[in-house]
Write a protein that binds this ligand. Structure first.
Ligand code: ZN
Length: 71
């Protein structure tokens, strides 16, 4: 999951809460909370399979079957 998202309301940065990922990594169906720094709105984002692939590495550098930061 991204550490920040863009606020739908004001376009400001929304910080993930908690900042640290879960011990076992994000799982599809987890709900991640983001709070907007500018307007303090809170956004709830459900993790899906696509979110688990949202790092910046090229696909060719990932091991088959996906990649987890904490492995
Ligand atoms: Zn906002």
């Amino acid at each position: 999951m991204a550490e920040t998202i863009i606020c739908v309301d004001c376009g400001g940065p929304c910080q993930r809460m908690p900042f640290e990922p879960p011990e076992l990594g994000w799982q599809p169906g987890d709900v991640v909370v983001y709070r907007c720094r500018d307007c303090a709105d809170v956004w709830y984002v459900e993790v899906d399979d696509d979110d688990l692939d949202d790092d910046t590495r090229p696909a060719s550098e990932r091991p088959p079957g996906g990649y987890r930061d904490d492995y």
